[in-house]
Design a protein around this ligand. Sequence first.
Ligand code: ATP
Length: 697
Amino acid sequence: MSSPFWKPGTEKPRILEDEEGGVVFFSPSLASSSSGYGYASIEKQRQRLPVYKYRTSILYLVETHATTIIVGETGSGKTTQIPQYLKEAGWADGGRVIACTQPRRLAVQAVASRVAEEMGVKVGEEVGYTIRFEDLTNKGVTMIKFLTDGVLLREMMDDPLLTKYSVVMVDEAHERSISTDILLGLLKKIQRCRPELRLIISSATIEAKSMSAFFQARKSRHRMEGEELPRMEPAILSVEGRGFNVQIHYAEEPVSDYVRAVVSTVMLINDQEPPGDILVFLTGQDDIDAAIQLLTEEARTNRKNSPGLIILPLYSGLPRAEQELVFSPTPRGKRKVVISTNIAETSLTLEGVVYVVDSGFSKQRFYNPISDIENLVVAPISKASARQRAGRAGRVRPGKCYRLYTEEYFVNEMPSEGIPEMQRSNLVSCVIQLKALGIDNILGFDWPAPPPPEAMIRAVEVLYSLGVIDDDAKLTSPTGFQVAEIPLDPMISKMILSSSELGCSEEIITIAAILSIQSIWVSSRGAQKELDEAKLRFAAAEGDHVTFLNVYKGFLQSGKSSRWCHKNFINFQSMKKVIEIREQLRRIALRIGIVLNSCESDMQVVRKAVCAGFFANACRLEASSQSGLYKTVRGSQEIYIHPSSVLFRVNPKWVVYHSLVSTDRHYMRNVISIDPSWLLEAAPHFYQHQRLNPIVH
Ligand SMILES: Nc1ncnc2c1ncn2[C@@H]1O[C@H](COP(=O)(O)OP(=O)(O)OP(=O)(O)O)[C@@H](O)[C@H]1O
């Protein structure tokens, strides 16, 4: 396999502010940490981090300013150190809590365990974390809490002013996930009522000036007599210096097949570079599986040159136990190769990683409000992401990053920042969250970057049709409030609510739990035929959702056996997760007054319940189509059933789907057949103008 030719990057020596106000890093000429990388006590390691020199300034700025924006290079110590400095300075005294948000769950868990280790405590005591469906904190004991920004938003539903927190640090703010943007808008609002709440916005690559302008533009509250208020204009602090140097290498020529290029680059590193683990960034499970297969074959053929490669995948749908393997120490004489999505892009330290291979792509959501299609598309990353990726090397010793694109492309064509998720997503979940938080005028909300009005209108329309909001665009009672209470996509939540009325909530909660994880099947990796055969054993003519019920039943009947799972190509860890999520959903359902009931074997009501939640994703088979071409009922988009569905090639006339994937075509995943008359029953407003006839009588 031919490998790209490499040349070292020529970035200028360190500049703190480039012309666009962004921050430029990774000068090969920058000295690495003078103290080398031997073993040092944790306290020594902490003091070596660049952020340590800024400890006093950070504490001073946080004391005197409501909002502090901190820009510091990857690995400078922002995430792990600042919360500890705040705690040491007394911000967690008197039962108050310091919150630090992360865009991703894996980072939340990893950072919490590192900080707990540094403080010599157990996770769940002074240092805790909360992610969806998992809370490892102890009320009255936890002082530093790591959580996803989505979880902090949920907490606002019960405590709109976040009264238990003294400081909220929004970390990796450059990622601009929907939740981060809503959070920033709401935190700004909260500070008007609670000026004593301190905010820290931190990142390696954030546009500090525009973030500062966002927080600057506000009316400050009237000061009460004798009251000490912090300054409301934000402070900006640049933390200079980095831990260890990372040499950047660029491909000399553009790369045509990045999966193959990844494989040959890993082999090249393995042949020519000294020991050290390799972290590869690809786009999704499919790429990762393909790369692992190729790499395994290459390593087998070149066995002499590649002793002891341990190849591990990393993506969000992977069961926890498999994800955790990436943190385990690499045995002597071996080299670990972690092949990951952008889940490992921010905040993670994988100790052994010396080399990073960056494909230059990630899967990103793109939503078209006109066609109402949301896709996960493989798209080029931004400079901010590229810098984060390179920053995964050089954390505990100097490292190297191989970028599978040219330097010319990086400098001249790669955008500085990604488009905020808010501006390229379906906003149904976002709107309901705002409504649940009492924000009625969503178009007038103070966004860091306003979403497209068409997407907002579209989301309001879907929520109205789901019966979640009323004519005044307020949450309906009880449906709207109940849907908002369930921490899932509103379509899934509505499906659960309807199922109770239809008498099948036990079944639908099982389906909802399975839809919440990426896949219950083991990845086929060269065994597609066996996987297809295994699926056939459970396949239901009604579609994937009913097939899931068959798998779940089989799993229970087997006594939750791992051997049974193995035999049937079912992922045992995923099934354990399903049981866990299902229990949590049942508890939430009972709390919000949903009656739990079972329809036994009446699958018609199960299909009706799915349709009641997912009517907006209805599709009709083109009458003349031999090729399985469907069109969406709203929008007339061309669409096909994904080969992984049990309905692939079965092609029922009418279906609703759970999600889409797009390659050369749009493909529906998790599909169930419906009767079109249910669409009118479920959402008369949504479909009143549609020509469901002549098929509906
Ligand atoms: N689990 C860990 N094991 C060993 N060292 C670690 C671990 N976590 C953090 N460190 C050390 O602490 C340094 C700072 O990590 P931290 O996550 O605080 O940096 P950061 O400035 O937030 O960078 P980033 O935004 O890239 O995560 C790392 O570069 C590494 O040297």
